[in-house]
Design a protein around this ligand. Structure first.
Ligand code: UN1
Length: 542
């Protein structure tokens, strides 16, 4: 099984980790140079910093599969660091350690476990800027957004910590006298977390914080494009007091580390965020062992703009939803479904606004959109643009090219791109592109808008702009998606509500909110009979 933990294409070879002191020093360097670090370091590019994995309580620079360089997508001369690449041997070691620690950690009272997670949130707050700068450097999104990514992790820490004093079960009356009934949540064991590069802090925290609060232990395999942020996260956890063997960081490729985790009999839970194709393979391999597999997969999210909408608001929403994070969110607004009465004028306003977006190195002030995460990702975007250009009657209204000169000469930049006259069944309107490409589709009324929105295999996020409250509620009822926004773009989920989707976006699990607890706990029903005699349920009922 060849796994790619990312959503589409791109570099996916090896990963690594780093020593805490080293990182702290490096953190200071990053802090001092703020907006320049990526560029400055690129010029030197002398000897890349060595990062490490964290396995069975030890930082280790060796990888049984060798090493690889993590390179900034905004400036390929900037080597973020060298990372060891692990294989199945390291996974075996990590799982054994996590299993051993599980026997202890599951017995620590949940409020105590939660205190540690709360402290992790405090430490992340203190290191927010340092982490954000590093994240921008290693995966490209602008620093305003990487701050948001860290903030989402902090929010998740505090939300999960609160669960340590809840983890609600039920108490219910029993049908027999002197008998007590209740349900309690039990931890499951070692959880394998396979995470993507587009939210290198937020998504690992969605999985790891609640898993730990529930009493599980973790083997964490981050995306090969964002191992440095993962190292920082593990440092935070250790500093907060998570036991050393409860968190293992095993960086490496999907086909080695990911496969070994999914196949390991001592890992009963796999939580994966990435492409639908990989998700299906994980579900089928893990399913053979009846594992719990939580999948958060692709999307082809749409925003509907009705003719009665506040068009100024819809304009801002469309631009942010489509081109924020360079369109590399699973929630990105990839289709703009516009009422024909306002379509020409509104679409032109979107094009005029997007034309002005400043594309560049996300560490620099004033930049609004960063590069694609990797050469492979940019290549995939380019191919979709070619597909769009060849599709019958779609019009390339803006962009469509790689940016390769001046400030863009050394990164994987791509122009913000808009196709108009797109028909709902075209490939660019059906397949997840995961890049800065927006397809505009015209519709004649509300019903057609909903049909078009629902007409893909995916069902993650969705949005409608309208001033008609009836239309808004009908949309909430009829849209097939895990998330629906009214008068907001398709991106911007908050951690206290469930995150996930229907149809090919997942397999029914949800992250965030209290709903994530269903992934990381098993229900146990408990009956206490204090009658002092045998009472037979359903029989001794007189
Ligand atoms: C993702 O794109 O994989 O709702 C996660 C949002 C973010 C999370 C996105 N809070 O856009």
């Amino acid at each position: 099984m060849a796994q790619d933990e990312r959503r589409n294409g791109g570099r996916n070879d090896e990963i690594g980790g780093q020593d805490s002191i080293e990182s702290r020093i490096w953190g200071l360097i990053v802090g001092e140079n703020t907006n320049e670090v990526g560029l400055t370091m690129s010029a030197n590019a002398a000897k890349p910093r060595v990062f490490k994995n964290f396995i069975a309580g030890k930082w280790t620079a060796d990888g049984t599969k060798g090493h690889f360089d993590n390179i900034s997508p905004a400036d390929t001369r900037d080597v973020v660091g060298q990372f060891p690449s692990a294989g199945s041997e390291e996974v075996m070691e990590a799982v054994a350690a996590a299993k051993e620690e599980y026997a202890r950690w599951r017995l620590v009272p949940a409020p105590k476990r939660a205190e540690i997670i709360r402290r992790a949130g405090d430490i992340m707050s203190a290191r927010k800027e340092e982490i954000a700068q590093l994240m921008t450097r290693e995966m490209g999104k602008i620093v305003v957004e990487t701050r948001g990514d860290v903030q989402e992790g902090i929010d998740t820490a505090y939300y999960s910590a609160g669960e340590g004093r809840r983890l609600f079960g039920d108490t219910v009356p029993c049908e027999l006298p002197n008998k007590f009934g209740m349900s309690v949540r039990m931890p499951v064991g070692v959880c394998g977390m396979i995470t993507p590069w587009n939210f290198p802090m937020a998504i690992p925290t969605w999985k790891i914080f609640p898993a730990l609060v529930c009493g599980n232990t973790v083997v964490f395999k981050p995306a090969t494009d964002t191992p440095a942020t993962a190292v920082m996260f593990v440092e935070v956890l250790l500093e907060a007091g998570v036991p050393e063997k409860a968190i293992n960081l095993v960086c490496g490729g999907g086909s080695s580390v990911g496969n070994a985790l999914v196949e390991h009999p001592d890992v009963p839970v796999i939580s994966f965020t990435g492409s639908s194709d990989v998700g299906k393979r994980i579900a089928s391999v893990g399913g053979q062992q009846l594992k719990r597999i939580s999948l958060e997969l692709g999307g082809k999210n749409a925003m509907i703009v009705m003719d009665d909408a506040d068009l100024d608001l819809a304009l801002e929403g469309a631009v942010w939803g489509a081109f924020g994070t360079t369109g590399q969110r699973c929630t990105a607004t990839s289709r703009l479904i516009v009422h024909e009465k306002i379509a020409d004028k509104f679409t032109q306003r979107v094009i005029d606004r997007v034309k002005k977006l400043r594309v560049g190195n996300g560490l620099k002030d004033g930049i609004e959109m960063g590069p694609c995460v990797s050469q492979g990702q940019r290549e995939s975007v380019k191919q979709y643009v070619e597909i769009g250009k060849n599709e019958d009657k779609a019009t390339l209204a803006l962009g469509g090219n790689e940016l390769t000169s001046g400030d863009h000469a050394h990164g994987w930049f791509f122009e913000p791109t808009i196709f108009t006259d797109v028909k709902p069944n075209m490939r660019i309107a059906q397949e997840e592109i995961f890049g800065p490409v927006l397809s505009v589709i015209r519709i004649k009324d509300f019903d057609e808008a909903i049909n078009v929105l629902n007409g893909t295999i995916y069902g993650l996020s969705s949005s409608i702009y309208t001033r008609d409250v009836n239309a808004a509620f009908r949309a909430i009822r009829d849209i097939e998606a895990g998330i629906t926004y009214v008068n907001g773009p398709t991106i911007g989920a908050e951690v206290q509500l469930p995150f996930g989707g229907v149809k090919a976006t997942g397999n029914g699990h949800r992250e965030a909110s209290h709903t994530v607890l269903d992934t990381f706990t098993e229900w146990k029903s408990v009956y206490v009979d204090y009658s002092g005699k045998l009472q037979r349920a359903q029989i001794d009922i007189e």
